[in-house]
Write a protein that binds this ligand. Structure first.
Ligand code: LMR
Length: 396
C-alpha cells in the first residue's frame, strides 16, 4: 500500500524549528517560525492566559462533548473582538463564528465551504503569501492563482498592480487578504487602500476571505482589524479566518475561528449548518481548552485589560527591535534595506536575500530564516541585533 510513498522534505517553516534546536552552536538566532519571543528568547504563557486557565480548570464540571461548532461563548465573543460589538454584520445577524482548530483549521473550513458551495471558485492569493496557504487551500480542491502584491526592492505593496488585477477577476471568485501583519512581507494595506479594495470587491462581486492571525501585533488591537471591519461593512458575503495562536500565545492549543458573512441571517444559519457538517466529517469537533481560556479572558474585564496590556507589550518590543535592526542595517547594508524594515509591521519582514545567501547565514552564522528571506523580528534579542546586521551585510 505505502511502498510508492517517498520521504518528503521537511515543512519549509516548521522544519526550521527542529534544525535550530539541533544546532549545537553557542551563538545562534532563530528567525524562522512565527512565534513571539521575549528578550530571553522564551515564548511565555501570557499572564492573562495563565489566570484564565486556572479559573477554567477550577470551574470545569465536565469534559463531555460540546459539538462541531465548539464553545458557544467563544463563538459569540470572537466576532466582537475582531469586528467590534456594534458592527452592522453582527447587529444584523448576518455573521456567525465557528470555533476551529487554529487559524489553519479556520482556513481549511472556509476552503471546504467554498468547495461545497457548488460555484467552483478560483481563490486568488497575494504574491507572495504564507507558505501554508497554498497546500491548505488547494488541498480542499480550490484552484489557486496569485495577484501582484509586493515590491521586494522597496518593501512596499504594489497597490496599483494589485487593484488592476482584482479589476479583471470574474464575479464569484475569492480573494484572500491578510487582515494585518502580512505574512511573509510585513507590508500592509493602508486604511485608504482597504477602502479601495472593498469597493472593487463589491463592484465586481468578488468574495473576500480575510485571514487575520496577528491582530494587535501590528498597530494595535483595534487598528489591526480596520481592514476586516471595512470589508465586512461593505460586501454582502465574506469569510474571515481568525487565529488565537499569536495574540493569545496559545499556539499548541490550536484555537481559532471561521466567521461567515452572508446576505441574510437565514442564509447565515443555513451556511453555518454546512460548516458544522464539514467540521463533523473532518475532525468532529475542535479541542476546547484554548477556546475556554479565550472566552474567559474576553468575558472578564480585568483579564481582558491585562491581556490587552500584554499584547501592547509584545507589539512594542517588536517595534523597538525593528527600529534597532533598521539603524544597524543602515550601517551594514543600505538605507533602502533599513527603510524597508522600519516601515513594515507585525512579526515578519521579507528582506531581499537570495536563497543561497540565506543558506550561508545558516551555515556560517547560525542564523535561521526561511529561504525566501522572511525574518521573524521577535526572534532576535536586542544584544544580537548588531551581530545579525553584520551577518546580513556580509551576504546581501
Ligand atoms: C509562521 O508563519 O511561521 C506561523 O504561522 C507558523 C506556521 O504554522 O507556519
Amino acid at each position: 500500500m505505502f511502498q510508492n510513498l517517498q520521504a518528503l522534505p521537511e515543512d519549509p517553516i516548521l522544519g526550521l524549528m527542529a534544525a535550530f534546536r539541533a544546532d549545537p552552536a553557542a551563538v545562534k538566532i532563530d528567525l524562522g517560525v512565527g512565534v513571539y519571543k521575549d528578550q530571553q528568547g522564551k515564548t511565555p504563557v501570557l499572564r492573562a492566559v495563565r489566570a484564565a486557565e486556572q479559573a477554567v480548570l477550577a470551574d470545569q464540571q465536565t469534559k463531555t462533548y460540546l459539538g462541531p461548532a465548539g464553545n458557544d461563548q467563544f463563538n459569540a465573543l470572537m466576532p466582537e473582538l475582531v469586528l467590534g460589538s456594534k458592527h452592522p454584520a453582527l447587529t444584523s445577524g448576518r455573521l456567525r463564528a465557528l470555533q476551529s482548530p487554529g487559524g489553519c483549521g479556520a482556513l481549511r473550513l472556509g476552503a471546504d465551504l467554498l468547495t461545497v458551495s457548488g460555484f467552483n471558485p478560483t481563490i486568488h492569493v497575494s504574491d507572495p503569501t504564507w507558505a501554508n496557504h497554498v497546500p491548505l487551500l488547494s488541498g480542499a480542491g480550490l484552484k489557486l492563482e496569485r495577484y501582484p502584491y509586493f515590491e521586494a526592492r522597496t518593501g512596499t505593496v504594489r497597490f496599483d498592480a494589485m487593484l488592476e488585477r482584482l479589476n479583471t477577476l470574474p464575479a464569484g471568485d475569492v480573494v484572500l487578504l491578510h487582515g494585518c501583519c502580512h505574512n511573509p512581507t510585513g507590508a500592509d494595506l493602508s486604511v485608504e487602500q482597504w477602502r479601495k479594495v472593498a469597493d472593487v470587491l463589491l463592484q465586481r462581486r468578488l468574495v473576500p476571505f480575510v485571514d487575520i492571525a496577528y491582530q494587535g501585533l501590528g498597530e494595535g488591537i483595534e487598528a489591526d482589524a480596520e481592514g476586516a471591519r471595512l470589508i465586512a461593512a461593505t460586501v454582502p458575503e465574506a469569510l474571515i479566518a481568525v487565529s488565537c495562536s499569536k495574540n493569545f500565545g496559545l499556539y499548541r492549543e490550536r484555537v481559532g475561528a471561521l466567521m461567515v458573512l452572508t446576505e441574510s441571517s437565514s442564509q447565515t444559519t443555513a451556511t453555518a449548518s454546512h460548516l458544522r457538517k464539514i467540521a463533523r466529517s473532518s475532525y468532529s469537533m475542535p479541542p476546547d481548552h484554548g477556546a475556554a481560556i479565550v472566552a474567559r479572558i474576553l468575558s472578564d474585564a480585568a483579564l481582558s485589560d491585562d491581556w490587552r496590556n500584554e499584547v501592547d507589550a509584545m507589539r512594542n518590543r517588536m517595534l523597538s527591535l525593528r527600529r534597532a535592526l533598521s539603524a544597524a542595517l543602515a550601517r551594514t547594508c543600505s538605507a533602502e534595506m533599513a527603510a524597508v524594515i522600519e516601515k513594515q509591521r507585525g512579526m515578519f519582514s521579507t528582506i531581499p536575500l537570495t536563497p543561497e545567501a540565506v543558506d550561508i547565514l545558516r551555515e556560517r552564522h547560525h542564523i535561521y530564516m526561511t529561504r525566501d528571506g522572511r525574518i521573524n523580528i521577535a526572534g532576535v534579542s536586542m544584544e544580537m541585533v548588531d551581530y545579525l546586521a553584520e551577518a546580513i551585510g556580509s551576504v546581501a
